[in-house]
Design a protein around this ligand. Sequence first.
Ligand SMILES: *[C@@H]1O[C@H](CO)[C@@H](O)[C@H](O)[C@H]1NC(C)=O
Length: 294
Amino acid sequence: MEKYRSTADPSTGIHPFIPPTFHPFRPLLRPILTLLRLPFFIILFPPFLLLNSFLFLLPSLLSYPLRRILDKLFIPYILLSLSVIPTYPTIEQPRVRGAVRGKHPSRSDILLANSTSPIDILLLSFAYSPTFAVPSDTPSHVHPLTLSQALLQTCTTPSIPKSPPQTLKQLLRRNGPISILAEGCSTNGKGVLRFRFTPNPQSIPDNSVLYAAGISYTPRGAGCRTIQSMSSALLHAMGEWRISARIRLTAVPQDGAEHQACVATLAGVPPLKIDLESGRRFAQHWKDTASCKS
Ligand SMILES: *[C@@H]1O[C@H](CO)[C@@H](O)[C@H](O)[C@H]1NC(C)=O
């Protein structure tokens, strides 16, 4: 293959002369696979969400272990009905200076992630059952979310939840581990936005480790695409033959910009250089168009 490389289009990597592979059965396969998987999904997903929301109401001593059991029982089958096969999360050896050598995250730890689709949220819950949170406008504060809120958050216009903002210490004491969706909104999976959450060393308890979490999908990007609604994202996944998903973590006690770069490397996409101001303008524009439609 190497000898063809030089004639490929440098910007896209596409070779103009090799004919595209044609799959005569692909277009037929999609609706068939979706129809076969949909019933399993409908049987599993609503009861799972209901039980999970109920467990969030219990005192934390009970809530976390029970949620962990529920996640382990249900999520592998829900993911299978979405054609997603998760592999065991791996801890990458840190390449950045000052990074600590990681072990698997425990209840006192924080995962910094971006979010592109509901599948990301299900995968992270399967691996660690974290409490999800989004950055707040108050620095070093976050808004906790239940699992169903976190799933919806990946599909709606960027918005700040109504739950009161909490400091990381408050949230960790009761609901750790935490997964912060640090971009504060979801993207189309083409890159990682600048993180709106910048960890402040005083706000993080001493025994907590910050992890950057990146998920990559094979076929590339199959688990994340531009989505308008949760159903379109899930139906799209159901039609795939098979999606394998891999979570990779690195422990990094660095500033926000390095976390963004780290998640981007782990997920195998570029870090986007869009600054926070244009991000905010985009969010406002998105909100305006959404309110026009409704
Ligand atoms: C982060 O973004 C990348 C691409 O933009 C995506 O592949 C990945 O699934 C996203 N989510 C997480 C938690 O890494």
